[in-house]
Design a protein around this ligand. Structure first.
Ligand code: DQQ
Length: 485
């Protein structure tokens, strides 16, 4: 632990930090998502898997490349299903299938055969991201982007072969009705992908497909009465200038009060909507909060909720191509994201794996209505050791640290309370301070936090740190990390 302020344990003023305390966040990080094509590497099976940095907390398959959480999870008949983009032949992007795992608790997973592979003329060059929807009668259906033999991105569907198999091991892509959306001439068929979970309103099913027109990011809206024949609406659900390609759109309702999640089709007078896109230009996930006007079939962000990289991000670290789902079992909305590697593809090939699914978080609307709040799902706590390391009442001195021994510096689930005699020295809020001042330049109150992955003499470390500010008569905490060291 380190601190930039003389701190003493006290019950007067304390900050309780457990794994993710997201009030406002900002990070300096040199890692971004990408899936460039390396034909010479994409079909080289792992000779051995380097276990050094494999994770104990996150989902990852035993070997090879993964990307995108957007195929996403779904809850069906007592099991969680996780679908993700996977290269079964190597550890760089390529040969993409929809890999499939199932779990009872979102923590312990069993890998199954891929749900969707490139076998048909309408997906022969790739089975890209999409989403799952549960239709009335408890019938799951997958909508996904197929890359056809002409390299056009078309929208396809798949259904379980046998609904009474609890694992839904096998999926079929009917020739009848596929592709269900064929891009007409007005659509850019090389930028037209990732259909999101469908919602039902006004007697029709609705989905959106991410796209762009020049530099205008677009979410094309399609509607269907029977989930078979889909028609493009006159206007997109939403679009924004200067934002480029919108990948992996996600659109869902949030309750104005409380933490319960809502079914994707839920509507109501006070219900707000979240619209998320993964911006290909920056490779980060941005969201706005706004209102869904079902009569006009338009999503309108609230005043001050900004599209593009001037707006809010789900996460200020390495987090891309995310997807949320409504968990019918626990009535919560759960969000998954994907992180890729910061090493190059040569290293990915050598270590035999690349990419992880990030820790699933529960998301809900902040009481201000202006941003989302999130917290790791409760189930994560089952990974905690029965014999935790405990440190009590340590005084942290300016510029010093206290070593926590007996745990690995690379992976730990930490609950920590920092207490202050007073918060008087908190400075006015500055959201850019993490980026500008990093972990070493002191402010009024902070930075203080944890040094993870630290070398013995502290030449290298990754700080996860906090600064306290004053804003609008209250205190706010900025939560940052810095991967540059
Ligand atoms: N990855 C998928 C695309 C999606 C992109 C292909 C986002 O469908 O737009 O693997 O990372």
């Amino acid at each position: 632990m380190m601190c930039g302020e003389k701190l003493r344990s006290s019950t007067a003023t304390s900050l309780h930090v457990a794994a993710f305390c997201v009030v406002v966040a900002a990070t300096i990080i040199g890692v971004q998502g990408s899936h460039k094509v390396y034909p010479e590497l994409q079909s080289l099976p792992a000779e051995k898997v380097d276990e050094t940095h494999r994770t104990g907390y996150h989902f990852q398959p035993p070997k090879h490349w993964i990307n995108d959480s957007h195929p996403g999870p779904m809850y069906f008949n007592g099991l969680y299903h996780l679908f993700y983009q996977y290269n079964p032949k190597g550890s760089v992007w390529g040969n993409i299938v929809w890999a499939h795992s199932v779990s009872k608790d979102l923590i312990n997973w069993q890998a199954l055969e891929p749900a969707i592979e490139a076998t048909k003329p309408f997906d022969i060059k790739g089975c890209w991201s999409g989403s799952a929807t549960i239709l009335p009668g408890n019938k799951p259906v997958i909508l996904y982007t197929g890359v056809d033999k002409h390299n056009r991105q078309v929208q396809d569907y798949a259904v379980p072969t046998n609904l009474s198999d609890p694992y839904l091991r096998s999926w079929v892509k009917p020739s009848k009705g596929n592709p269900f959306i064929d891009p007409d001439r007005s659509v850019n068929a090389s930028a037209f992908r990732d259909p999101t979970t469908a919602w039902f309103v006004n007697g029709e099913w609705h989905t959106v497909v991410g796209s762009k027109r020049d530099m205008v990011g677009v979410a094309y809206l399609y509607t269907s009465k029977d989930f078979k024949k889909w028609v493009r609406a006159k206007e997109p659900l939403h679009s924004a200038r200067g934002t480029g390609m919108w990948e992996c759109p996600d659109f869902y309702p949030v309750s104005p009060t409380g933490r319960r999640g809502l079914d994707t089709s839920a509507l109501g007078k006070e219900v707000k909507h979240v619209f998320k896109v993964s911006l290909d230009l920056t490779r980060f996930d941005y969201y706005t909060i706004g209102v869904y006007d079902k009569e006009k079939e338009k999503y309108v962000p609230d005043l001050g909720s900004v599209d593009s990289w001037a707006g809010l991000r789900y996460d200020y670290g390495n987090f891309y191509a995310s997807k949320s789902f409504f968990d019918y079992k626990k009535h919560r909305r759960v969000l998954w994201g994907w992180a890729n590697e910061s090493d190059g593809e040569a290293r990915d090939k050598d270590k035999g794996w690349a990419g992880i699914q990030l820790i699933p978080r529960k998301v809900w609307l902040d009481p201000s209505g202006k941003q989302l709040l999130q917290w790791p799902i409760k189930e994560l706590e089952m990974l905690r050791s029965p014999d935790p390391r405990k440190l009590n009442s340590k005084v942290l001195k300016h510029g010093r640290h206290v070593e926590v021994d007996g745990i690995t510096g690379a992976q730990a689930d930490v609950e920590v309370t920092f207490s202050f005699r007073s918060l008087d020295r908190a400075e006015p809020f500055d959201p850019n301070v993490c980026h500008q001042k990093g972990s070493t330049v002191p402010g009024g109150l902070g930075p203080f936090g944890l040094l993870t992955v630290a070398s013995e003499k502290l030449e290298e470390f990754t700080p996860v740190m906090f600064r306290v500010f004053k804003k609008g008569g209250k205190h706010v905490v900025l939560f940052c990390s810095d991967a540059t060291r």
